[in-house]
Ligand binder design. Structure first.
Ligand SMILES: CC(C)(COP(=O)(O)OP(=O)(O)OC[C@H]1O[C@@H](n2cnc3c(N)ncnc32)[C@H](O)[C@@H]1OP(=O)(O)O)[C@@H](O)C(=O)NCCC(=O)NCCS
Length: 181
């Protein structure tokens, strides 16, 4: 399966909303209270306004020309974060495509971009009771750093913070013929 990751544009709003609502309903059911409405949280007009915000980078993953996932990232919003701490703000994959490597491809893209922007580490918040998300981020190399929060906009479920250090870009190895001289 070929997964293509590219920067998102305003034309992608409908595709992103479709993914977000399905991923939210299947991924967060029973963790986020039912009165928090995914369709309201991901209303196309609100998303369009967010897509115009220059401080947030976003990318979509496509399979066969269909948007199947997206990620948003930028500088950390946390009060205790240093200037070189980036954050993955949101990540969703359509449930039809779970466990096919789409999430990993989107995280890899976000990490590459954040490294390019000279961030030294990346943090993210995820729901403490989402074993799927926690297993996924652990598989991507993130580890919990002990911080916890609750946000009223999400119905106040417990969230835990994960963190990953970004290694600097590996310098290109010299070709063998040159190295042996
Ligand atoms: C979490 C999420 C983004 C993962 O996306 P995905 O495309 O299914 O993940 P990948 O296929 O790239 O998985 C990479 C690795 O993560 C781990 N992983 C992913 N889902 C897992 C699960 N349900 N249980 C255990 N490990 C899991 C595995 O090690 C997996 O590698 P493998 O399939 O080769 O074993 C997706 O399930 C999702 O959108 N969930 C709902 C929204 C959400 O929770 N977002 C993130 C928190 S904000």
């Amino acid at each position: 399966m070929r997964i293509e990751v590219r920067a998102a544009t305003l034309d992608d709003v409908e595709g992103i909303v479709a993914v977000a609502v399905q991923a939210w309903e299947k991924g967060f059911r029973g963790i986020v209270p039912a009165e928090i409405d995914a369709r309201e949280a991901w209303a196309p007009d609100r998303l369009r306004a967010r897509l115009r915000d220059d401080g947030v980078a976003r990318a979509v993953a496509e399979v066969g020309g269909r948007i199947v996932g997206f990620v948003t990232f930028g500088a950390s919003r946390d009060r205790d974060a240093g200037r070189r701490t980036g954050e993955i703000w949101a990540l969703n994959v359509h449930p039809d495509l779970w466990r096919h490597g789409v999430g990993r491809a989107l995280v890899q893209h976000a990490l590459d971009e954040l490294r390019r922007l000279r961030f030294k580490e990346v943090s993210l918040w995820t729901l403490a009771d989402s074993e799927r998300a926690r297993a996924f981020y652990a598989a991507c190399g993130f580890r919990p750093d002990g911080a916890e929060q609750r946000r009223r906009a999400l119905g106040s479920p417990l969230e835990v913070r994960y963190r990953l250090g970004l290694r600097p870009l590996t310098p290109q190895f010299a070709p063998k013929a040159l190295k042996n001289r």
